[in-house]
Design a protein around this ligand. Sequence first.
Ligand code: NMX
Ligand code: MLT
Length: 433
Amino acid sequence: FATMHKRLVDLLPETRDRLAKIRRGHGNKVLGPITVEQIIGGMRGIKGLLTQTSRLDAFKGIKFRGLSLPECQIRLPSVRREPIPEAMFYLLITGEVPSNDEAEDLKKDIAERAQTFPNYVEKIVNSLSKDLHPMSQLSIGVLALQNESEFAQAIRRGEKRGNLWQSALEDSLNLISRIPKLAAMIYVNKYRDGKLGEIRENADLSENFCRMMGYHDEKFWELMRLYLTIHCDHEGGNVSAHTTHLVGSALSDPYLSYSAGLNGLAGPLHGLANQECLRFILGMKEAIGESPSEIDIEKYLKDTLAKGFVIPGYGHAVLRVTDPRFVCQMEFAQRYMPNDVLCKLVASLYKVAPRVLKDLGKVSNPYPNVDAHSGALLTHFGMTEYDFYTVLFGVSRAIGVCASFVWSRALALPIIRPASVTMENLEEFVRKT
Ligand code: NMX
Ligand code: MLT
């Protein structure tokens, strides 16, 4: 990782200077009002976080350091068609597209670090009940790895705040390298014979992750590459990134912070929606068959809504169009598995669900999000264990939140402590206005 580290060292003074200038010259400028609705309604639209790695546009979707998903697919070093996760981390950290050599350097470093997995963490993970949800196992595993934190040691020895990004980067690289093995251990323990596949020194993170879980089809590695790229970052306000950033602002190390982020990712309105989505598609197939009519689908959706359930994989707090991450997955399905039954059901649902959700009159975004497609693709390659799916999301999201963590420490951002109001405060405000 020497080249990425050097680039970061070069970028630091100028980036710190840019922020200092904004703060000094414009610190008291007003960016926007805050409405009472925003306070009650989950702070939608309030710009209150500084996140360098990516930015979400309601109509265009995510841009990673200014690059859209299709641009990342074209420009980042890749194997077959999809970018390698290491190249994405390089981009998020430096803001620059790595050369093949730079990506290769990072890939080797990550593969090497993956070989050194602490024994005591293996024992802890192996001792967990198979009934425990894979996301709880993942969060416990990341917490157990915290014993390795160089960041925590740097804090203990009183390292200057401005230097903490160095140990944050070390921890981040270790976390990103080891989280696939942790996830694979959870997978083989819960669903297979407990034996991990071997990893290769010259393989990328995606291939090694799949090998450890026992998947040897190159197309599955490619799907995993796509998966790890599209889920890695979604600006700063989503629950997992926001939580990691919040906990990190207390100078908790990357392991403590990301374990907390994972607990948010495990919620059904956030990352768990991917498992719920496949469960929903399978339920629909069971109830109305493999190739239902649009009328059948509409009725099934309306019945689901009438029972008080949401349609998983649809809607978004920020996006107001079909998620480009859904589109990438649909293209993958059309390219490699045009006749897959579940992928066809996902496509049929896409024709009907937006109309049904629009008719409810209250849904801000009736279009599919990232979670609406992933389960059908994974199932095609034999990964049918849907309660594991959010773990894959977690492996990917580590890439984005760790890159942000490094920058938050590099820019010495302070502890996050917004103010809250009581209902009495709001009533008083309302009376006066
Ligand atoms: N199915 C049914 N109702 C919905 C849906 C949906 N897919 N999406 C929104 N609504 C409802 C929502 O429950 C709320 O109802 P009420 O006022 O009765 O509480 C109303 O529409 C307004 O909510 P929105 O402003 O549209 O959505 P919000 O920004 O609050 O929440 C989500 C965004 C993503 C939480 C919401 O759309 C949802 O619950 N979707 C289904 C779960 C899902 O797919 N989550 C994954 C998000 C992506 N990720 O990976 O994290
Ligand atoms: C994400 O990827 O984090 C989800 O789309 C949720 C969000 O952005 O709020």
